[in-house]
Design a protein around this ligand. Structure first.
Ligand SMILES: Nc1ncnc2c1ncn2[C@@H]1O[C@H](COP(=O)(O)OP(=O)(O)O)[C@@H](O)[C@H]1O
Ligand SMILES: [Mg+2]
Length: 314
């Protein structure tokens, strides 16, 4: 597969007086990827988004987005990117439709396409029925959907989402996550800042973990889990009449913490990916018939917690 680099950051740094908000970070984002940017509050996520969009200048380092320099070619860049800021400002006195229309004009959507584009966005974000109501009356979830619709009105190829589900209830969060999934399936590149690890695990192809302005880990959740020796759940299906023998063998493997059987399926916790061949070998050498082995994914949460344990120990 051919890779096109959409974002290239090299030694990107941003200071605010004595505060080093972003400290020499380097990463690339490829076309079509959902790239997660994770970190506690104050880690430097929002500052990075603002530099990548040319809203703030970098103090040092090199940045290229869609082949453009955000600092020198900001307006040209922003015509091709959509941004959902942390606290999007909508005009409460205007209707949902007018909020979108104004943005469409601002972003040079051709006049003869504005109406259809606005209608399409309202439908996609399930706001058609409330299109002509003032936004001041909208719930938080509806406002967030409208803000996302607005960020997409000019069909940007690259989308920056800064904590898109923070402050939303579980139902609204899920709606927003499903929309992000759908946008990603359409081939859009998404740069997603979040401190929600479950969300990142579900949505992201790769993540960068940011701490005090520095990237302390970068990769897909599985790679990170492997590198750090994080355990993953393992499901093994064996012949039903051999289940007890199989459980006993699996319990004797060094890292296994919990072994549970249900019917002919065994769930093992605590094993590392590198333990899987050993587990299979033990079962096979005892003539246990294996029908299926399904490793789960190391949870991003365990990766994240392990990273922070290492940091504290250092
Ligand atoms: N405009 C600003 N002026 C001064 N300090 C700022 C400004 N914006 C961000 N910071 C500081 O930079 C650091 C990173 O902030 P931010 O990028 O907002 O982090 P995050 O989005 O990960 O929560 C914080 O210490 C914050 O206080
Ligand atoms: Mg932020």
């Amino acid at each position: 597969m051919e890779h096109t680099t959409v974002i290239h950051a090299e030694g990107l740094t941003r200071h605010f007086g004595d505060t080093i908000a972003v400290d020499r970070i380097s990463f690339d984002v490829q076309a079509g990827e959902v790239f997660g940017f994770l970190g506690h509050n104050g880690a430097g996520k929002t500052t990075t988004i603002r530099v990548l969009n040319g809203v703030l200048d970098a103090t040092a380092g090199k940045v290229e987005v869609l082949g453009l320099s955000p600092n020198a070619q900001g307006p040209a860049l922003r015509r091709r990117t959509g941004v959902l800021t942390e606290t999007p400002s909508l005009d409460d006195r205007l209707t949902a439709r007018d909020n979108l229309r104004i943005y469409a004009n601002l972003y040079d959507v051709p006049q003869d396409q504005v109406q259809s584009r606005v209608d399409e966005m309202l439908a996609l974000f399930e706001l058609s029925e409330r299109a002509d109501d003032k936004v001041g009356e909208f719930s938080k979830g509806m406002r967030q959907r409208l803000a996302l619709a607005r960020a997409l009105i000019h069909q940007p190829e690259l989308l920056f989402l800064d904590e898109p589900t923070s402050g939303l209830d579980p139902v609204a969060s899920k709606q927003v996550r499903d929309l992000i999934d759908r946008l990603s399936e359409e081939g859009r590149t998404i740069f997603l800042c979040t401190h929600n690890l479950t969300e990142a695990q579900r949505l992201c192809d790769r993540v960068a973990v940011l701490e005090e302005g520095q990237i302390i880990a970068l990769g897909n959740p599985r790679e990170l889990g492997d590198q750090m020796g994080i355990s993953l759940p393992l499901e093994i299906e064996v012949a039903a009449d051999q289940i007890n023998a199989a459980c006993e063998l699996l319990s004797s493997i060094e890292h296994a913490t919990d072994v549970r059987a249900r019917g002919s399926v065994i769930n093992v916790s605590g094993l590392h990916r590198t333990d899987i061949p050993l587990a299979i070998e033990r079962l096979v050498s005892t003539n246990i018939a294996i029908f299926q082995v399904t490793p789960g994914e190391a949870s991003l949460e365990s990766v994240y917690l392990a990273l922070h344990r290492d940091e504290e120990a250092a």
